[in-house]
Ligand binder design. Sequence first.
Ligand code: LMR
Length: 329
Amino acid sequence: MRLFKPALTALSAAILMASTAVMADPITIKFSHVVAENTPKGQMGKKFQELVAERLGDQVAVELYPSSQLYGDDKVLEAMLLGDVQLAAPSLSKFQKYTDQLQVFDLPFLFKDIEAVERFQSSETGQSLLTALEPKGLVGLGYLHNGMKQLSASSPLTVPDDADGKKFRIMTSDVLEAQFDALDAVSLKKPFSEVFILLQTKAIDGQENTYSNIYSQKFFEVQPYITESNHGVLDYMVVSSARFWNGLPEEVRGEVKSALDEAIAYGNELSQAKNLEAKQAIIDSGQSEIITLDDAQRQQWVDAMKPVWGEFADDIGQDIIDAAQDANR
Ligand code: LMR
């Protein structure tokens, strides 16, 4: 037997090497976001995780961190640049630190509905905005819809004067700040995870969000009025760091991207239904009254908020604003 020992040692070394190669740690993609699982973004994440497990199970693992469990949107991009998170989908309102161009999405009453938003995002200009973050080391991988924003408050908001002096939580966007300034209201830039408690304790009077977020975060339980204003859009950009993304082996990157594209398409398809479902659940709860505006009332909101566009045209670029407006046709 002794005669065979060198051969056996070589064989065991080969087996060990082969099994190490097979059992090499998979690449981990941590997807951190702030909303609940039962939302367009939460569902997109789950679909992405499933597709990657099916197609790349032994090479790539997707870990989901919903509900600000890992990072809030104010910190997630910094964490991404440090390599602690590989995928995020912050609202388009939360990129102001990185580029001015995406502020186009915050201009009030720019898009008439989510179909117009979709047309703009798919246009040449919309697609080129996916590269706006590249100088900062971030790669835009696609747009994801949530939907149109509504105003919720502790008292009824029917005309702009009703918002005068009221305090609203906003996302970290100067356009949104200007929008509430135009109403003579006070705005506070606060993380999503703090909104419920701020509303519940009446530290603020209202906020703007989609039905999906108003429902899944239970804002409707502490906001007796929701004005169906559809005054702006809440959509997301799915991003990764250039360092992580470009460092993926080419084949793996291609597979991950196609799983992501499918997951985004799935989330986009769900988004309208999720918002309608959430609106109906809010109505059924009887806890919050939905105020619909007549044409004259709606026009008052448009007249009050729209002048904000002029303040940001130079920063955003008039060509981008024009392209967005074209998408309404
Ligand atoms: C918010 O902060 O209100 C939203 O951006 C949350 C989200 O990701 O939908």
